[in-house]
Design a protein around this ligand. Structure first.
Ligand code: HEC
Length: 142
């Protein structure tokens, strides 16, 4: 009798664990993928605010504008979520990972019509949170 109840208890625990694991994997799949169902760019206003201050202080806005006009670099306005033409002839959607990569390793993907002059030093100069804030700032200009 005792082993029967123990067996049942073990079964309940295993089933419970299975459910928890299913819930976690289900979540990580939706989180990790690029969201193609919702075209609206969502951003965190507090982070965007910090990013705006950083963009001034880190010289981003010496080469990039927020109003749609081109400068040394492409404008930040409408950038997030758009398809970017690269010098390779490819198009890449400007999602978070593209923006992150454009900031930490700018010469890896060059935007068509622009020169490879963006400094590659921001990865050392900025923390990961700084870069995330800059991305939220760019997204706030979409
Ligand atoms: C000296 C000028 C210069 C500075 C300073 C600069 N950039 Fe750039 N940036 C460019 C140029 C030119 C390009 C386009 C060529 C390329 O893709 O590397 C570019 C490309 C980008 C892109 C991709 C744009 C697109 O249209 O797809 C992002 C994002 C970006 N920069 C963010 C930043 C941020 C954030 C900073 C500040 C931390 C910064 N840049 C500082 C010149 C600059």
């Amino acid at each position: 009798m005792r082993s029967w109840t123990e067996g049942l208890a073990a079964l309940v625990v295993v089933a419970g664990l299975g459910l928890v694991m299913f819930a976690f994997t289900g979540e990580s799949i939706t989180d990790g993928g690029t969201d193609t169902t919702d075209p609206a760019v969502v951003f965190d206003p507090d982070a965007a605010e910090r990013g705006a201050v950083l963009a001034e202080g880190t010289a981003c806005l010496q080469c990039h504008t927020r109003d749609g006009s081109s400068a040394t670099g492409p404008t930040f306005k409408g950038l997030a979520g758009s398809d970017r033409p690269l010098t390779t002839g490819e198009f890449v959607t400007a999602d978070d990972s593209y923006l992150f990569n454009s900031i930490v390793d700018p010469s890896s993907q060059i935007v068509e019509g622009f020169d490879n002059v963006m400094p590659g030093t921001f990865a050392d100069q900025l923390t990961e949170t700084d870069i995330e804030d800059l991305i939220e700032f760019i997204k706030s200009l979409s």
